[in-house]
Design a protein around this ligand. Structure first.
Ligand SMILES: [Ca+2]
Ligand SMILES: [Ca+2]
Length: 135
């Protein structure tokens, strides 16, 4: 946990089923995944590099509807990163989607009623929202 604190994690997300922790490490350009043991202790953190994106916030949600939790990050460098989960605490290589702006936070909701979750991001510098509709 000391290592996580050193890298200035900006957002923690605790999964409600497996009690894991995912943190965005803004200045390290990566995220930390700590799988829970179910007794309040965690396995050693895995770090997943995202590239030069400055992740600010993280959300864990099943984006593609496959029943396995995925990770979304809101990135300072104007993008959202998506890491599709394998369901065992490992993830596929990140995919990046441009949002423009200084993306600091995100929300996931089905905006167009097609049953697929979409992503809304907030740029708190220019007071703008970006919408990413899932195809
Ligand atoms: Ca999924
Ligand atoms: Ca949708």
């Amino acid at each position: 946990m000391t290592q996580v604190a050193k890298s200035l994690p900006k957002c923690l997300e605790i999964g409600d089923q497996k009690l894991d922790i995912v943190a965005a490490n803004t200045y390290d350009d990566n995220i930390s995944v700590l799988l829970g043991n179910g007794d309040g202790t965690f396995q050693p953190q895995q770090r997943i590099a995202l590239g030069d994106v400055n992740p600010r916030a993280v959300k864990v949600i099943d984006v593609d509807g496959g029943g396995k939790p995925d990770i979304l990050t809101a990135n300072d460098m104007g993008s959202v990163s998506l890491l599709l989960g394998n369901g065992d605490g490992t993830f596929l290589a990140s995919q990046m989607f441009a949002t423009g702006g200084l993306t600091r936070s995100l929300a996931v909701i089905d905006l167009n009623g097609d049953g697929k979750p979409d992503v809304v991001t907030a740029d708190n510098l220019r007071n703008q929202l970006s919408v990413l509709l899932q195809r």
